[in-house]
Design a binder for this molecule. Structure first.
Ligand code: B4P
Length: 192
């Protein structure tokens, strides 16, 4: 089974590259951001609770997202592998993901970390906010809060996987095609 984590700060291109990677490698795409937004659109109790955090640029509590991923994994027993996009975002999420995958007798094969400067992140998210309708993209203070939250809680997740030699930094600036090629080259090297 091929299990990939696409890692990086908000606006680093995770969602953009994930769409292409799942097609090329036949993986099941699991984006906690997408799942949360669909819960918000459906006005479910989980979505309404999550929205309070997302609108402030904060991470949604671990117990909520861990439960979501656990149920997504059990709903896809036939998957050839998973692409985790925006998950895990805390060390507690990473440890729980490792346990869930172990139960399926598999593990994370590679963590690809997209490297993008802070000015570029801000610019991309402000631009996306002009058309996305996402409440967390249309306010610069909320975008900055997401980046702060990333440095505080999410970047330690890369250190967690570095202990297992699974992390590869990939330049995340340039054209979408160029970045996709760099990601594929690293995956292909790893799965040979
Ligand atoms: P996400 O949905 O994961 O959103 P994101 O971090 O903004 O990244 P996204 O994947 O959407 O953007 P991308 O970089 O592709 O999370 C949203 C919120 O949900 C979080 O803030 C948090 O509150 C909550 N959440 C989600 N998962 C959670 C978890 N596990 N635990 C707790 N809370 C969680 O794209 C950004 C823009 O850049 C796009 O407009 C794109 O077109 C553009 N772009 C991409 N590549 C480019 C390139 N090469 N050049 C120029 N522009 C590019």
């Amino acid at each position: 089974m091929l299990n990939i984590i696409l890692f990086g700060p908000p606006g680093s291109g995770k969602g953009t590259q994930s769409e292409r990677l799942v097609l090329k490698y036949g993986l099941k795409h699991l984006s906690t951001g997408d799942i949360l937004r669909s819960e918000i659109a459906g006005q479910t109790p989980l979505g309404l609770e999550a929205k309070k955090f997302m609108d402030k640029g904060q991470l949604v509590p671990d117990e909520v997202v861990i439960g979501m991923i656990s149920s997504a994994l059990s709903k896809n027993p036939q998957a050839k592998g998973f692409l985790f996009d925006g998950y895990p975002r805390t060390e507690a999420q990473a440890e729980s993901l490792d346990k869930l995958l172990k139960l399926k007798q598999t593990e994370i094969g590679i963590v690809l970390a997209l490297m993008v400067s802070e000015e570029e992140l801000l610019q991309r998210l402000v631009n996306r906010g002009l058309t996305s309708g996402r409440s967390d993209d249309n306010n610069v203070d909320v975008i900055r809060a997401r980046i702060v939250e990333y440095h505080k809680k999410t970047s330690p997740v890369a250190d967690y996987y570095r202990k297992f030699n699974k992390v590869f930094n990939i330049p995340g600036e340039g054209s979408v095609d160029e970045i996709f090629e760099s990601l594929c080259a690293k995956i292909d090297e790893r799965i040979q």
